[in-house]
Design a protein around this ligand. Structure first.
Ligand code: SF4
Ligand code: ZN
Length: 266
């Protein structure tokens, strides 16, 4: 996943997965003097939640001597996420959950921040649990080609897109939590106030139930997708990648999903 001289950006939310990843990568990076690490925290503007996480992320970075940058929704999109949700709630025709909006915007914010600091790679702490849930979610949404794009190491597809890597993609969430506890790492435990509305919770319930009854099934799902990925990628390639006519960011549609969502928010 890494080269010896990579400038690596890490998405650090302050939760157990990303703080564990931060500590592990910091430990590895010490052996590679030409590599460098920068932590990025996206401040969505979720009162009583993100403010605490930001402090925890900053504290971890300070302890490890890692540069820490933040990028906020307010600055990028003009509204905090709380403001966006209250605007969306007034619109009866918007059916998506807050997380559907937040996920797309956060992804874009992370890419912009990683590009600004000239990172070669953007590491995120998606675990095996996240990966298997995402596979199910893409099927629930009828968006199977997205499965091809959500791979553990993305290709260089566009000069404005920083390559994304997921070092924990084969690590179950229980193990990242265990690592954080054993190492005494401080992380945020409070759940996001909008999380309960997400379809992801149902996907998590299904995956957890299956894993409990049939241990190892998450690995099986992950490996099955890896086997059929080349065929899916072939199909996805036909979609092509251009630039959004509104914001200029890479997009498969004329208007990217973030700009479509900004129109809905009004
Ligand atoms: Fe955003 Fe949903 Fe995650 Fe909260 S739970 S930070 S709204 S994606
Ligand atoms: Zn756009």
């Amino acid at each position: 996943m890494f080269e010896f001289d990579d400038r690596i950006a890490i998405g650090v939310s302050g939760g157990k997965d990303s703080t564990s990843l931060l500590h592990i990568l910091a430990k590895i990076e010490r052996e590679y003097p030409k590599a460098s690490l920068v932590a990025i925290t996206v401040d969505e503007g979720i009162k009583g939640y993100r403010d605490e996480a930001l402090k925890i992320a900053a504290e971890n970075c300070r302890k490890l001597g890692i540069e820490h940058v933040t990028i906020s929704f307010k600055k990028l999109f003009g509204y905090t996420f709380d403001q966006m949700v209250s605007r969306l709630k007034r619109k009866a025709d918007v059916k998506q959950t807050p997380c559907a909006f937040c996920g797309v915007m956060r992804r874009k914010a992370l890419n912009i921040a990683a590009r600004d600091i000239k990172a070669d790679k953007l590491a995120t702490a998606h675990t095996l649990d996240d990966e298997t849930q995402t596979i199910l979610l893409n099927i629930f949404h009828g968006d199977v080609l997205r499965i091809a794009k959500e791979k553990p190491v993305t290709d260089e597809v566009h000069p404005k897109l920083v390559r994304r890597i997921k070092p924990f993609c084969e690590v179950p969430e229980k193990e990242t939590a265990l690592y954080a506890y054993v190492k005494g790492i401080k992380f945020q435990n409070t759940p996001c106030p909008y999380a309960s509305e997400a379809l992801r919770n149902d996907a998590r319930m299904i995956v957890d139930m299956m894993e409990e009854k049939h241990p190892g099934i998450m690995f099986t799902i992950f490996n099955s997708i890896e086997r059929i990925r080349p065929a899916l990628e072939e199909l996805a390639r036909e979609e092509g990648l251009g630039e959004c006519i509104e914001c200029g960011e890479p997009s498969t549609d004329r208007v990217c999903r973030t700009c479509q969502m900004r129109r809905l928010i009004g």
